[in-house]
Design a protein around this ligand. Structure first.
Ligand code: NAG
Ligand code: NAG
Ligand code: NAG
Ligand code: NAG
Ligand code: NAG
Ligand code: NAG
Length: 786
C-alpha cells in the first residue's frame, strides 16, 4: 500500500512539474502496472472504427506485439470522453504519444468515509426533522438519488415500494435481470473492472458479483438518503424508534464501485458516467482519497460534468480530523459535508477498582459482565511481564493487533487497548480470541476526546485520550497495596436529549481547503456520529466476518453518514424548486445553516470541548425547514466555475480536461481573482510581507427567490481586528429571479505570527428582509511567508 502511494506521489510530482497534460512517465519500474484514466479527443475517431470502444481497443493493441494483451477496462462517454486501462509506465508513455490522446491520469484508490475503516486511525434519521417538508403525499418521488458506494440489500424494509407511483418517465437506468429492483430501487449497476485489473478476479463467495451489498456501508448510506419509514427500528436493542431517510419517497439508483480492497477511480468514473446518462438528480458519494489538483482528480472532473448536467453532487469531507487541512472532495462544484453529533448517545462507563467512574460509549449487547463484579484489568501495552502486561510485542499488543495478545496474560480479564491501526471492533475480536472477557479502547492523543459507539463482539467501551491516561496510571500504579487492578463496564443503553448537541465530531475533516484556500471547505455539516440506518444481511453489525449476529439496522459513524443526509435534503429541495441549479440548492443549505447548539452556545468541537470554528463547520449545520425558503441564493453556472479555474492559474489545457472546449480565460482574467466565485461563503487569504494594512474585495450576486418585492439590509459581523464593508448596504428587489450585486471589502492589519504559520479569524455578513436571514461566513487567513 505504502509503495503504491509513494509511486502515485512521485508520478503526480512529475505530472505537476510538466505544463503539458501529456507526460513522460518514469521508466524505472517498467513492469509495474497501474490503471490510467485516459482522456481522448473523441471527435477524432476515424470512421473505420465502428465504435469508440473499437478505436480505444485498437490504440491499446498497438502498444504490445502479438497477441494483443491490453484490454479497455471502461469506456466513458458522458461525464468524460476516453477509457481506462491497466498499463506499465512504458506502455503509458507510448500511448501518450498517440495524437488523439489528451492525457493520462493515474488512478487513485479511494476508501469509504466511515470510521470503521481501519485506514483511519483515528439521525437517527429523524434527527433532522423533515416532517413538515413531507406533507405532500408524493413529495420527492420524481427525484432519483444515485448512491455510489458498496451496493444495497434490496429486500430491506427500508426499500419497499408500497404506495409509490410508477417510476418517473424520464428515468433511463436499469437493473440486472436477476436483481430485485422495484419502484423504490429503480437502478442498480456494478463496476469492478478497475478493481479486478489491480487485484485479480474477485472472490465471488466473499463478495457478490452483483449490486448486492456484502459490506453494509452502501445499504446504510442509501437508507439515510431515502429510506422509507420503518417502525420499530433498532440495533441490538439500542436507538429504538422510527427509522426514515431524509427523502423517503425519492427513488434510489445504486452504483456499486467499492469492494473489499477499496474503490477504484476507473470504476467510480464509470459510475458517474452511467448515473448522469441514467438521469439521476443527485449523486451521493461517501468516498474519498488524497487531494490533488482538480484536473488530475477524476472524481472532481466527473463531478464537474455531472453538475454541468444539473446533477447535485454531495460528497463526504473525510474522517481525517481533528487536524487542520484534512478536508477532501474540495472542488467548488461539489458540496462537501462534515459530520456532527445528534442529541443521542450510548453511555457505557468504566468503573475502576478504586471506585472511579470513567465515561465511555458503546452499543454492545449480548452476554454481559456480571453486575457488581470487578474483573482483573490489564493494559496490553505493558511490557513488564507479571505486572499486568499483555505480553507480545509491546506496541502491537498495546493496539490489540491480530495475534499480538498472550492468552496466558489476558484470559479472564478486561483488556485496555489503544485506538489505531486496526478497526475498533477488530480489537474486540482479538481480545475475545485471546480469552479476554471485556475491552476498553482508549483514544490516542490526536483522537482527543471524541468517542464513537460500536457494535462490539465482546463487552467493550471507548474512552477519550485523557481518561485513557487515567486508566493506564491506575493499572501501573507501583505504590498500590492491593495487587491486581480491577474494573467493570456498565452499559446504560440509549440516552436522548444530550446537551450540548450538535457538536462537531472529532474525526470530521477540517479546513482550510488544501487546494484552494479561498474557497471555504467543508461547506457545512450534517449528522454523522452514531447514526442508525439499514444494514446488510450478509454480515453482523460489527462488520466482522466472524460476527454471526443479524441486525436489520446498524449504528455507524463517519462523514460517510453525513453526506447522504445532504443528498436526501437536496432531493427534497429540488422537488420543491425544480428550477434550482445544484449551486442554488447548496446556497440554500449553506445560508440557512445554524452555528449554535441546543444550549444556545456556539457549537463545540468534540475533540477539545472548545468552540468550533468555520474551518470545522463551514457555514454550519444544515437546517432542512429553513433551507426550503432561503430568500436569496448565490447561483453559479459552468462559466463561473471556468472563470474560477482560469483565475486559479490553471493552464488552458489543464482546464480543458475539466471543461472540454469551454475554456476561454480571456474574459475571466479581467474578472479578477478566485474569491469572486459567487460562493455562499467568503474566504480571504493574506500573506504578510510587512507590517502594513492590506485589503481585498470580492463581488457577490444575490438572486431573489423569496417575495417579489423585498428589501434586504445587511448586518456585518467583522472578524476581530478587521474592517468589513458591504456596498450597497441595502438590496431592493422588485421581482422573483432578479439579481443584484454587492461588493464586500475586507481590511486587515498585519498580526503577530511566527514564520510559516497562519491564523484564521471569522465573522459573517447577514442579509435580512425581516423574514429571511441569509448568512455567509467570512473567514480571513493571515499567513506569514515561509
Ligand atoms: C417536526 O416538525 C413538525 C413541524 O414543524 C413538528 O410539528 C414536530 O413536532 C417536529 N417533530 C420533532 C420530533 O421535533
Ligand atoms: C473466498 O472467500 C471464502 C469465504 O470468505 C473463503 O472461504 C475462501 O477461502 C476464499 N477463497 C479465496 C481463493 O480467497
Ligand atoms: C496509587 O495507589 C496509591 C495507594 O493506593 C493511591 O494513594 C494513589 O492515589 C494511586 N495513584 C493513582 C494514580 O491511582
Ligand atoms: C481550547 O481552549 C483552551 C482555553 O481557551 C485553550 O487553552 C486551548 O489552546 C484550546 N485548544 C485548542 C485545540 O484550540
Ligand atoms: C495567479 O497568478 C497571478 C499572477 O502571477 C497572481 O497574482 C495570483 O495570485 C495567482 N492566483 C492564484 C490563485 O494562484
Ligand atoms: C478600521 O477602521 C478604523 C476606523 O476607521 C481604523 O482606525 C482602523 O485602523 C481600521 N482597521 C483596519 C484593520 O483597517
Amino acid at each position: 500500500m505504502t509503495i503504491f502511494l509513494f509511486s502515485i506521489f512521485s508520478l503526480l510530482f512529475s505530472l505537476l512539474h510538466n505544463s503539458l497534460p501529456v507526460h513522460s512517465f518514469p521508466t524505472s519500474s517498467k513492469l509495474e502496472e497501474r490503471t490510467f484514466i485516459i482522456s481522448v479527443n473523441h471527435n477524432a475517431k476515424p470512421s473505420i472504427f465502428l465504435t469508440h470502444y473499437h478505436w480505444y481497443q485498437s490504440s491499446l493493441n498497438s502498444l504490445t506485439s502479438n497477441p494483443p494483451s491490453k484490454q479497455v477496462l471502461h469506456t466513458y462517454d458522458t461525464v468524460f470522453h476516453g477509457f481506462s486501462a491497466h498499463l506499465t509506465n512504458y506502455e503509458a508513455n507510448l500511448l501518450s504519444k498517440q495524437s488523439h490522446i489528451l492525457s493520462l491520469i493515474p488512478e487513485q484508490v479511494r476508501s469509504l468515509h466511515t470510521t470503521r475503516s481501519p485506514l483511519f486511525l483515528g439521525l437517527e434519521t429523524t434527527s433532522l426533522n423533515t416532517s413538515s417538508l413531507l406533507e405532500e403525499s408524493d413529495f420527492g418521488s420524481d427525484l432519483v438519488i444515485g448512491v455510489i458506494d458498496t451496493g444495497i440489500w434490496p429486500e430491506h424494509q427500508s426499500f419497499n415500494d408500497r404506495n409509490l407511483n410508477a417510476i418517473p418517465s424520464k428515468w433511463r437506468g436499469s437493473c440486472p435481470s436477476d436483481f430485485p429492483c422495484n419502484r423504490k430501487i429503480v437502478g442498480a449497476k456494478l463496476f469492478s473492472e478497475g478493481y479486478e485489473a489491480t487485484n485479480g478476479r474477485m472472490n465471488a463467495s466473499s463478495e457478490f458479483r452483483s449490486p448486492r451489498d456484502s459490506d453494509g456501508h452502501g445499504t446504510h448510506t442509501a437508507s439515510i438518503a431515502a429510506g422509507r419509514y420503518v417502525f420499530p427500528a433498532d440495533t441490538l436493542g439500542y436507538a429504538k424508534g422510527v427509522a426514515a431517510g431524509m427523502a423517503p419517497k425519492a427513488r434510489l439508483a445504486v452504483y456499486k464501485v467499492c469492494w473489499t480492497s477499496g474503490c477504484y477511480d476507473s470504476d467510480i468514473l464509470k459510475a458517474f458516467d452511467e448515473a448522469v446518462k441514467d438521469g439521476v438528480d443527485v449523486i451521493s458519494l461517501s468516498v474519498g482519497g488524497v487531494v490533488v489538483p482538480y484536473y488530475l482528480d477524476s472524481i472532481a472532473i466527473a463531478a464537474f460534468r455531472a453538475v454541468q448536467n444539473g446533477v447535485f453532487v454531495s460528497a463526504s469531507a473525510g474522517n481525517g480530523g481533528p487536524g487542520g487541512s484534512s478536508v477532501t472532495n474540495v472542488a467548488p462544484w461539489v458540496t462537501t459535508v462534515g459530520a456532527g453529533s445528534i442529541d443521542r448517545d450510548f453511555p457505557a462507563e468504566v468503573v475502576l477498582g478504586n471506585g472511579r467512574r470513567i465515561p465511555g460509549v458503546s452499543v454492545y449487547s449480548g452476554p454481559g459482565l456480571e453486575p457488581g463484579k470487578l474483573y482483573p484489568l490489564v493494559y496490553a501495552g505493558n511490557r513488564e511481564s507479571g505486572d499486568g502486561g499483555g505480553g507480545g510485542e509491546g506496541y502491537s499488543a498495546s493496539l490489540c493487533l491480530d495475534g499480538s495478545l498472550d492468552p496466558i496474560l489476558v484470559r479472564g480479564k478486561i483488556v485496555l487497548c489503544d485506538r489505531g491501526i486496526n478497526s475498533r471492533v477488530a480489537k474486540g475480536e482479538v481480545v475475545k480470541e485471546a480469552g479476554g472477557i471485556g475491552m476498553i479502547i482508549a483514544n490516542a492523543v490526536f483522537d482527543g476526546e471524541g468517542l464513537v459507539a460500536d457494535c462490539h463482539v465482546v463487552p467493550a467501551t471507548s474512552v477519550g485520550s485523557a481518561n485513557g491516561d487515567i486508566i493506564r496510571k491506575y493499572i501501573s500504579n507501583k505504590s498500590k497495596k492491593l495487587s491486581t487492578p480491577t474494573a467493570t463496564i456498565v452499559f446504560r443503553g440509549t440516552r436522548i436529549g444530550i446537551r450540548p448537541a450538535p457538536v462537531v465530531a472529532a474525526f470530521s475533516a477540517r479546513g482550510p481547503n488544501p487546494e484552494t484556500p479561498e474557497i471555504l471547505k467543508p461547506d457545512l455539516i450534517a449528522p454523522g456520529l452514531n447514526i442508525l440506518a439499514s444494514w446488510t444481511e450478509r454480515v453482523g453489525p460489527s462488520g466482522l466476518i466472524t460476527d454471526r449476529r443479524k441486525a436489520k439496522f446498524n449504528i455507524l459513524s463517519g462523514t460517510s453518514m453525513a453526506c447522504p443526509h445532504v443528498s436526501g435534503l437536496a432531493a427534497l429541495l429540488k422537488a420543491a424548486h425544480p428550477d434550482w441549479s445544484p449551486a442554488a440548492v447548496r446556497s440554500a443549505l449553506m445560508t440557512t445553516a445554524y452555528t449554535l447548539d441546543n444550549q444556545g452556545g456556539i457549537m463545540k468541537d468534540e475533540s477539545t470541548g472548545n468552540e468550533s470554528t468555520v474551518m470545522d463547520i463551514g457555514a454550519g449545520h444544515v437546517h432542512p425547514q429553513k433551507a426550503m425558503d432561503p430568500g436569496l441564493i448565490y447561483d453559479l453556472t459552468t462559466y463561473d466555475y471556468i472563470d474560477f479555474l482560469c483565475n486559479s492559474n490553471y493552464t488552458t489545457s489543464n482546464i480543458e480536461l475539466i471543461a472540454p472546449k469551454k475554456a476561454n480565460c480571456r474574459g475571466a482574467k479581467r474578472a479578477g481573482h478566485v474569491g469572486n466565485l459567487n460562493y455562499p461563503s467568503l474566504s480571504y487569504v493574506f500573506v504578510q510581507y510587512g507590517k502594513h494594512k492590506m485589503s481585498s474585495h470580492s463581488i457577490r450576486i444575490a438572486t431573489n427567490v423569496g417575495d417579489p418585492d423585498s428589501v434586504y439590509r445587511v448586518k456585518i459581523i467583522p472578524p476581530t481586528g478587521t474592517n468589513v464593508t458591504v456596498e450597497p448596504e441595502q438590496l431592493s428587489f422588485r421581482r422573483v429571479g432578479q439579481k443584484l450585486n454587492f461588493l464586500v471589502r475586507v481590511q486587515v492589519e498585519a498580526m503577530k505570527l511566527s514564520a510559516g504559520s497562519s491564523s484564521t479569524i471569522s465573522g459573517a455578513i447577514i442579509w435580512s428582509d425581516g423574514k429571511h436571514s441569509v448568512t455567509s461566513p467570512i473567514v480571513v487567513t493571515m499567513q506569514e511567508p515561509l
